[in-house]
Design a protein around this ligand. Structure first.
Ligand code: HEC
Ligand code: HEC
Length: 282
């Protein structure tokens, strides 16, 4: 349940990000004075649908679906035993065979075959005439995927009780993790102020509360003339980007019992900057 919730929350968040991206995209087009309809169409097109309908169904709002059904009510009844109008009665439509009622359906819909499941109903509601060319349901379609989801969940509550479809896992790479952190030596030099109370970096610089750090990148761990702790002396290996990164992220975790009294540095960018700066300290 928690997993499912997280996936749904992920998709909801993702759709928010997509929507944000799109609104800034259209804002961009407007600012640039390019108000061509093409740009808008592209912006509102398939990208919005990247949030799968399954995720939208999982968070659908039945009350909103009922309100949307007003768009259908001029032609359809939804209650059990409701009359056929301009269109067929829709009671228990989810899961039912297409054109499976007593209505005078078009040949197009009769010839379609299959039943009304989440996928086919979604396609139908996007555009009836695209899904069933020649249908006599003259309805433009509903472009908002969330509205379609709300409506389907409402239809499902009227005499049908199909299980909601599983929410697909979010594709890796859809929202990429932060790109590899690239250090900035100049910024690292500034951050080094945090270290300077204990460390010098110039070659031949004095040992202070901590060892001199000239040439530290590539040097053996605890390989200077400083009075290191047994913990750091026992560590072995050399200081490269990975070991320095781990050390600065948490000295206590990297070498438990070491004597560098320095808090963890959680900011990966700041660590990368400092390491970049230390590379210049030769
Ligand atoms: C202008 C009238 C009209 C409106 C508005 C309308 N429909 Fe229809 N609907 C029809 C007609 C006519 C058919 C029969 C289509 C055919 O036979 O090709 C139909 C068929 C259907 C079917 C297939 C029923 C079956 O038995 O296979 C579904 C599902 C459906 N409509 C849902 C909706 C929903 C949901 C809405 C609102 C979002 C809606 N319709 C709006 C007229 C309408
Ligand atoms: C409060 C003083 C203090 C501060 C602040 C401090 N250090 Fe240290 N540092 C030490 C001490 C003491 C040691 C030796 C640890 C041991 O032997 O366990 C050490 C060891 C090191 C070593 C290992 C040196 C070697 O020769 O193996 C590196 C690398 C290092 N510190 C980097 C930094 C950086 C970068 C900062 C700032 C982000 C920093 N330190 C902040 C006191 C400090």
């Amino acid at each position: 349940m928690a997993d499912r919730f997280n996936t749904i929350a992920g998709w909801t968040l993702f759709s928010g990000v997509v929507a944000l991206g799109l609104s800034s995209l259209s804002a961009h087009y407007f600012q640039a004075g390019k108000v061509e309809p093409v740009a808008e169409e592209e912006a509102e097109g398939p990208k919005k649908d990247e949030v799968p309908i399954e995720a939208l169904l999982a968070s659908a709002d039945m009350a909103k679906g009922e309100a949307s059904f007003k768009k259908c009510a001029s032609c359809h009844t939804g209650d059990q035993g409701g009359a056929d109008g301009l269109g067929p009665n829709l009671f228990a439509i989810m899961g039912k065979g297409m054109a499976g009622g007593s209505f005078a359906y078009s040949d197009a819909l009769k010839g379609k075959g299959g039943s009304w499941d989440w996928a086919s109903m979604n396609s139908w509601l996007i555009s009836p005439s695209a899904f069933v060319p020649g249908t006599k349901m003259s309805f433009a379609g509903i472009s908002d995927p969330q509205e379609r989801a709300n409506l389907m969940v409402y239809l499902n509550s009227k005499g049908s009780n199909l299980a909601l479809p599983p929410v697909p896992e979010k594709k890796e790479g859809a929202a990429p993790e932060a790109a590899a952190v690239v250090g900035d030596a100049a910024k690292g030099q500034k951050s080094f102020a945090k270290c300077a109370s204990c460390h010098t970096v110039t070659p031949g610089g004095a040992e202070g509360i901590g060892p001199n750090l000239a040439g530290i990148v590539g040097k053996g761990v605890a390989a200077g003339s400083f009075a290191y702790s047994d913990s750091l002396k026992g560590k072995g290996g050399t200081w490269d980007e990975a070991t320095l990164n781990a050390w600065l992220e948490s000295p206590g975790k990297f070498a438990a019992g070491n004597k560098m009294a320095f808090a963890d540095m959680p900011d990966a960018q700041e660590r990368a900057n400092i390491i970049e700066y230390l590379k210049t300290a030769k």
